[in-house]
Design a protein around this ligand. Structure first.
Ligand SMILES: [Zn+2]
Length: 91
């Protein structure tokens, strides 16, 4: 994961508490609402969030291009939406 991003609680928008240099099985949790999971699952979810965000930004970009160019049509594909407990925040 890029160092310029950190994983935060999606509901509280605050940093998770985790051990220094966490291993995959270590538990990370939100100090405010208490949502927690293993570091590996937290990372997976945050990565899925980042992937979905990138897909939406690309779709928006393509829509803008298509709207400016008469010869270009763009049909957005389906982007899966899920509820995220953990998301990435750019620093
Ligand atoms: Zn929280």
């Amino acid at each position: 994961m890029p160092e310029t991003h950190r994983v935060i609680c999606a509901a509280c928008q605050i940093d998770l508490t985790s051990p220094d240099d966490p291993r995959p099985a270590d538990i990370c949790s939100c100090p405010q609402c208490g949502v927690s999971d293993s570091f590996a699952n937290v990372l997976d979810e945050a990565k899925a969030y980042a992937t979905e965000l990138a897909a939406r930004q690309l779709a928006d970009h393509m829509k803008r291009i298509a709207s400016r160019n008469k010869g270009v049509t763009y049909t957005p594909g389906t982007i899966a939406t899920r509820d995220y407990r953990f998301i990435l925040r750019a620093l």
